[in-house]
Write a protein that binds this ligand. Sequence first.
Ligand code: P1T
Length: 384
Amino acid sequence: MSPEAMKFNTRTIHGGQEHDKAYGAVMPPIYQTSTYAQTTPGGHKGFEYSRTHNPTRKALENAFASIENGKFGLAFGSGLAAIDAVIKLLRPGDEVISTNDLYGGSYRLFTKVFEGFGIKFHFTGMENASAIEDYVNEHTKLIWVETPTNPMMNIIDIEAVASVARKHNILLAVDNTFATPYLQRPLDLGADIVMHSATKYLGGHSDVVMGALVVKDKELADQLYFLQNASGAVCGPMDSFLVLRGIKTLHVRMQRHCENGKAIAEYLKDHPKVESVYWPGFEDHPNHEIAERQMDDFGGMVSFVAKGNDYAEAIRIVENLNVFTLAESLGGVESLAGHPASMTHASIPRGEREKTGVVDSLIRLSVGIEDINDLIADLAQAIG
Ligand code: P1T
């Protein structure tokens, strides 16, 4: 069967993969090597040096491309290293329009690193795609979209943003970390670049830090491969193997993340001591219609604020959880709870983050795939 003909749940296991030519190993071997023997200068079997290429990483990059319906995949040493490569496509004087609710580390990379190199970033809510046009000018080269947003779970209409990007000949990159290609395929909706913190759902087991990019266009892929090699923020073969293994169960894990996420969101919504719950599956979520159209389900991320909107109460709740672990990150099989204002989003100035709802009382849950009764019992005892 051609890879294009395979359904998603088959591609997670077989997409872009070949059996090992030497011994028929079903899993790609971990080619733990930095270099490759040459018979004469340039006389090699396609691999020269592992910053440039590595067979285990190549198998993973092919898997990334396959599950995102792209043609070219690239793996990096972290999600931020993948974002770094995208921004290095730009030049001083260029401008970027980004969602205003996004991972704190992405915001920090944009404002504290790349603004210093003369790239200008505009942050705006993109729930209304036409509002983006206010920031477009002749210098605009990239639109950066995170959807669902981290941590407020806003949903951006990728097709609508893509039509603005196309009209003005601007690249569109979508951070698909929260949704994963199981729920949403940005390249099919008109994005040029899809990005992941593969640390999260793609790896799925909280044991690797990694980033991914996938594109369809050969010229864009060549520029990114050049940057991947020239800047060198690549991942190693062991980590490549682990994420390849993680992707093989992405569809079954995501199914359970979505079921558990829904149950927790509904439990919290009905809880008398909870003030607000942010989850795109609710019919009264402001962007629910877009989520229904562009996603196949609503994912395992849920944010909430307890009654009283109080910092000390939020800290008390996260400290009392014991099936949920208080920790940075998300997307692993185990449930995690985070306090964005002091953890993942601490690098965004208070004024900026509070504008988007990231208040000191906000708690973010990455709902894992444990027994739902244990997760609900844990929240019940912690909220009290
Ligand atoms: O941590 P790293 O693999 O470098 O990925 C950065 C990143 C990019 N995009 C999104 C949407 C992310 O959530 C992240 C990392 N986020 C966390 C560590 C977190 O707990 O939110």
